[in-house]
Write a protein that binds this ligand. Structure first.
Ligand code: NAD
Length: 329
């Protein structure tokens, strides 16, 4: 169904030079879509021209910021589906510079929605939210009804942006929906620094044979999603009317500890080591503890479930970076 849905359709991927956006753009090209990527290549984020190397001659890449309303008016015109993967991932950076996070995670999304409302109100527009919107879970697994009490600025701005997406559906009848992503890993994540999450950083340390520090002993549980599964969820939202006006959790049926994630990774990489260390104070204050999501809503509505097991996904990840590390280190 999804594979047929994109043939010949015009799709815009905002943030398409980054990790998840580039994987989505590559898949869309494979499905026969007419793909445009817009990315401002924000310094320190995941933008990397190499990410689109496999489809370099088959996508239009535009350097523009979502907050530039006039440029976005032109870019959204004629697009049938707009995927918004542009944003700031780093929780630490959101605390260090909250106004920058406001710009990247909220103002940018509002600007994109406004451009669609003005210039292409019938486009389907899909938002990448985060499990960080829940804050410290009051119960597990968190479902979509769990209170949104974020404990960092990133979670607040993501929550505001998600709300704007739903508001534009309710007030203007626009075809919007939102996903709440959990820890995503796989090929094309940046690994120059650890501020965008530990997954890519741990992969780099393991491949370099270095030591991985496990904060608090790595006991926290997470539900990791391989990027190909996350791409499947975005494609399902872009192709199915049952997604409209809805928010869906992503997640994985088997939550694992950071320690287990690290052990599998070290085994696959064939090198490196790990050591337990106390949480640094700036991380402890925004750490959410155990968190994993109930994804039965999207499974029942759209038939999405993650297909890739952690070991299989990490093996694909290690293989990718072994071949391409020069473009990421
Ligand atoms: N990676 C994860 O584990 C994860 C988890 C939860 C949510 N998310 C969300 O998914 C989205 C994509 O994450 P990612 O890991 O691919 O990040 P990434 O940093 O690899 O990619 C984001 C891209 O967006 C671009 N960008 C940011 N602001 C922009 C703007 N205003 N205009 C144009 N381009 C802009 C950046 O240059 C970058 O290329 C983000 O919104 C993130 O918050 C990711």
């Amino acid at each position: 169904m999804t594979s047929v849905a994109y043939k010949g359709r015009a799709a815009l991927v905002a943030g398409g030079l980054g990790f998840i956006g580039s994987n989505l753009a590559i898949r869309l090209v494979g499905l026969g879509a007419d793909v445009t990527v817009v990315d401002a290549s924000i310094p320190g984020h995941g933008a990397n021209a190499f990410n689109l190397d496999p489809v370099r001659d088959q996508v239009r890449i535009v350097g523009a910021d979502l907050r530039d309303g006039e440029r976005m008016d032109v870019l959204v015109r004629g697009q049938e589906v707009v995927f918004s993967l542009a944003g700031q991932v780093s929780h630490l950076d959101s605390m260090a510079d909250p106004l920058a996070d406001l710009g990247l995670n909220y103002a940018s999304q509002l600007s994109l929605l406004e451009a669609c409302r003005r210039s292409n109100p019938h486009a389907r527009v899909i938002f990448a939210g985060s499990r960080q919107q829940y804050g410290r879970p009051q119960y597990l697994p968190v479902d979509e009804s769990h209170p949104l009490t974020p404990i960092d600025v990133n979670g607040i701005n993501k929550t505001a942006a998600e709300r704007a997406f739903l508001l534009y559906h309710e007030v203007y009848g626009m075809a919007t929906c939102a996903l709440r992503l959990t820890n995503t890993y796989g090929p094309r994540m940046q690994m120059r620094h650890p501020r965008q999450g530990f997954a890519s950083w741990f992969v780099r340390l393991a491949l370099e044979g270095r030591e991985i520090e496990l904060f608090g002993g790595g006991v926290a549980l997470r539900d990791f999603n391989y990027v190909g599964d996350v791409v499947d969820a975005f494609l399902a939202c872009g192709a199915d009317d049952r997604a409209l006006g809805e928010v869906f959790n992503l997640g994985h049926a088997r939550p694992v500890s950071l320690r287990e994630f690290t052990e599998i990774l070290l085994d696959l990489a064939g090198g490196g080591s790990s050591r337990d260390v106390p949480f640094p104070p700036e991380r402890a204050s925004i750490d959410v503890g155990n968190v994993y999501a109930d994804f039965s809503k999207i499974r029942e509505a759209l038939g999405w479930s993650p297909r890739v097991d952690l070991r299989e996904g990490l093996a694909l990840t290690v293989e990718y970076y072994r071949a391409h590390y020069k473009h990421f280190w």
